[in-house]
Design a protein around this ligand. Structure first.
Ligand code: HEC
Length: 131
């Protein structure tokens, strides 16, 4: 009986993990498509090294950096300035689905990108543009 219960909880744990992994799944991105999708961000951000900040911080080499730490950008919200998470492609993939819902304290005014494939494309473009 005990073994059976153990097995049951193991199975439900496994089921949960499979679900969580599915939720986390980011499709393969295409940077050419991503360049066009980034158009809506470009009013406030540039990813190219030479261009610098706009209304929003430069997104050059944003992956691997702590949020709110782009040198020389003086207009971060208190929230981003104090937060300490690191931008990864997967995290950005989730955040961009609805940035204002995830972090209402941030001052970034963007509805994000609803379509998961478009988010993955945008991220592939940001990675490429940072090289
Ligand atoms: C209307 C201007 C505006 C638009 C449009 C916009 N952003 Fe932002 N973004 C900002 C501002 C301002 C901040 C700083 C927010 C804060 O400090 O709370 C920011 C912050 C960010 C950050 C965090 C940077 C860091 O240094 O930690 C990322 C990543 C980002 N934006 C990506 C995007 C992407 C991708 C899009 C397009 C889907 C986009 N933004 C659209 C203004 C904008």
């Amino acid at each position: 009986m005990r073994a059976c219960l153990l097995l049951l909880s193991f199975l439900s744990l496994f089921g949960y993990c499979a679900f969580a992994q599915d939720e986390m799944h980011m499709p393969e991105g295409n940077s050419d498509r991503g360049r066009l999708i980034f158009g809506q961000c470009r009013t406030c951000h540039y990813p190219e090294k030479s261009v610098g900040h706009n209304n929003g911080p430069s997104l050059h080499q944003i992956f691997g950096k702590v949020v709110g730490s782009q040198q020389g950008f003086d207009y971060y919200s208190d929230f981003f300035a104090k937060a300490s998470f690191v931008w990864t492609p997967t995290f950005m993939f989730h955040w961009l689905a609805n940035p204002m819902q995830m972090f209402p304290e941030s001052t970034m005014m963007s509805l994000g990108v609803v379509d998961p494939q478009e988010r993955a494309d945008l991220i592939a473009y940001l990675v490429e543009a940072s090289e």
